[in-house]
Design a protein. Structure first.
Lengths: 290, 335
């Protein structure tokens, strides 16, 4: 075997080990969902069963947690996507001396431990509203707490897309008599559409799986993650594995769909660029040819 | 009193910059350069300023400032709030360091110990994470081809959408006394009795380094990917052994990425709550768990806020030191 061959072998072996580390624990957890023993274990195998899925479907507290998680996730999308968009646009226009500080401030929630974001949100709003105010509720606090840092994720997504935006388009639209609002709705937003979609998906998923912030802000209610944390700490049973398996399956399907969507979007963009280039080569305005 | 002055700090900073921008525009006298309101129109300006203003003021800056302010005040029953006892004090912080007044130990051995352990263990987990992720990031950036690459990215991302609690739960199943590892160890005859991985914190460290792999890989990948492959070729042609290439060519180039990945992983590990709650041994706590207990078991929010702030400061200091050591600026990281 040549030295290159040995090197290849080691790389392959390492990749195998790494992805084993990545998926092994999840696969084993998934498999325990089918074992007919009251503790989640692979061995001894006490016979296959689907009982744990049935138990899960009848688990009222868990279902309530999932419902709350969905609700909070939608709330976070409604808040974080518009904020992230505004944050990104302001970033491109802000006075250059202030840009560094601005960037530091809006990105800081990503580096702050989630626990601290949760605590500071609850403290601040309790002081502002008072503990008896109807808005001082688990839902509202959790949406605000999560939106604090999820907005920053969204902003980064919008920023990377905005960097490819040609400012000449803005000037052209305004020169042709479009109002600022028309430019925003009919030029900028369509250009940003893929980013809006990505930001919304990312916002929802980060909200759905968040624990550190949520456990402080959810107050008297529960979301899926806080409910799960309580269960796991009390001791465990395989219906949690069943839930994990369901989540993994749904995520996998979602990821594949997203990948397909993204490839189609990429191809469409490439086609569009090709048409524009061809039209330009013929010396006609691209708009007519397209 | 100062509680009402706090909001003025960020507003004042914004006004100063506003004034500087206005002065500069007048000095340059560039008419073609539109001001913010003229450029965006009224409706958009209101949306942009409103959204960003609310985000920065009500969600980011003021809550943090209030948390800090809160940590310097004593815990009082509602009737005494605003009374003579409601004055700033260092008592919450001195509790973290010295413990209860009149404590025979002289300092708060328990909490300081947990604090140190959290920091040291987080450093260890970060280094472990770097060691695991560097080869993968390098492979993705320089060896993998298009389709293979996309598949790897997908495979990396999917496990991280399973929430943190369930990921920790998976490790609990692996490491518990009747778990996979113990079954294997017992069957192979290496041990006679199940090993208590939870008590010895092995499960915790494994779970923690698993939790934030992704945040190490992507900054590393971005940094290595931007590097010109010819540099590696040149080093190889000049006869450098493979570890020389990595240590003296690739890593110095990827320094900002390494710093970014390590910073994020360290911050998240030190601030982790889920994994320690699920995987931590019964006798050893993570510092965030102490904070949690102050809030929801002792209901002493002032003390909890002080502990949380101490953790934040420790993390920031650590990050600053690392950046100084690596000679990387904060701006380079954020890219």
């Amino acid at each position: 075997m040549t030295s290159k061959g040995i090197f290849r072998f080691f790389i392959g072996f390492y990749l195998l080990l790494f992805f084993g580390y990545l998926f092994g624990p999840l696969l084993i957890m998934g498999a325990t969902a089918f074992n007919n023993s009251s503790y989640p274990q692979l061995w001894p195998w006490e016979g296959g069963t689907l009982d744990w899925f049935v138990k899960l479907a009848n688990d009222q507290a868990m279902l309530r947690g999932i419902g709350n998680s969905l609700l909070v996730g939608l709330g976070v999308i409604c808040l974080a996507v518009p904020i992230g968009l505004a944050g990104a646009i302001v970033m491109t226009q802000i006075y250059w001396r202030a840009r560094g500080l601005y960037y530091l401030v809006v990105v800081s929630p990503l580096l702050t431990p989630g626990v601290i974001i949760g605590i500071s949100t609850v403290l601040f709003w309790r002081q502002l509203l008072g503990a008896d105010h109807p808005l001082y509720s688990g839902y509202f606090m959790t949406i605000l707490g999560q939106a604090t840092f999820i907005s920053a994720y969204c902003m980064l997504i919008f920023l990377s897309r905005l960097q490819r935006f040609d400012r000449a388009q803005e000037e052209a639209a305004l020169d042709l008599g479009a109002s600022n609002l028309q430019f925003f709705w009919q030029v900028l937003l369509p250009f940003l559409r893929p980013a809006v979609f990505s930001a919304a998906v990312l916002a929802f998923l980060s909200s759905f799986e968040n624990y550190n912030t949520t456990t402080f802000t959810i107050l008297a209610r529960t979301t899926l993650t806080t409910e799960l944390a309580g269960r796991v700490r009390q001791g465990s049973n395989p219906s949690l594995s069943a839930l994990a398996l369901l989540i993994i399956t749904i995520t996998l399907i979602g990821a594949i769909l997203y990948e397909i969507y993204k490839r189609r979007e990429d191809r469409r963009e490439k086609d569009r660029a090709a048409v524009a280039a061809a039209a330009e080569a013929e010396g006609e305005p691209a708009i007519i040819a397209a | 009193m100062s509680r009402f002055l706090l909001p003025l700090i960020p507003v004042a900073v914004a006004l100063i910059f506003w004034g500087m921008a206005a002065a500069e525009r007048r000095a340059v006298g560039n008419v073609a350069h539109l001001g913010f309101f003229r450029r965006n129109g009224a409706a958009l300006s209101v949306y942009l300023l409103g959204a960003v203003g609310l985000w920065i003021l009500l969600l980011i800056v003021l809550p943090q400032l209030y948390m800090v302010e809160f940590s310097f005040r004593p815990r009082l029953p509602p009737s005494e709030m605003g009374g003579p006892k409601d004055a700033y004090t260092l008592a919450n912080y001195s509790y973290l360091i010295f413990g209860r007044p009149g404590d025979p130990e002289g300092y708060n051995k328990l909490h300081l110990g947990i604090f140190l352990r959290t920091i040291v263990a987080s450093i260890f987990v970060t280094m472990l994470n770097f060691a695991i992720c560097y080869p993968i990031a390098f492979f993705m950036a320089k060896v993998a081809k298009g389709g293979q690459m996309r598949l790897m990215v997908l495979a990396l991302i999917v496990p991280f959408w399973v929430n943190e609690i369930l990921r920790a739960f998976a490790f609990r199943i692996l490491f518990s006394s009747s778990g996979v590892f113990n079954t294997l160890l017992l069957a192979s005859g290496l041990v006679d009795a199940p090993v208590d991985f939870l008590r010895s914190d092995i499960a915790l460290y494994a779970g923690l380094s698993y939790a934030y792999l992704l945040l190490m890989i992507f900054p590393l990948y971005n940094a290595i990917e931007a590097m010109d492959s010819n540099q590696i070729e040149a080093a190889r042609d000049l006869g450098a052994p493979w570890w020389h290439i990595h240590l003296f060519v690739v890593m110095p180039y990827a320094k900002p990425g390494i710093a970014a990945g390590c910073t994020m992983v360290f911050m998240l590990t030190a601030g982790a709550l889920a994994a320690p709650q699920v995987l931590g041994g019964p006798s050893s706590l993570w510092f965030t768990q102490v904070v949690y207990n102050w809030f929801y078991q002792a209901f002493n929010w002032n003390l909890g806020a002080a502990y949380a702030f101490a953790l934040l400061i420790a993390c920031i200091i650590f990050v600053m030191v690392v950046l100084r050591l690596f000679k990387v600026s904060l701006g380079e990281i954020a890219r």
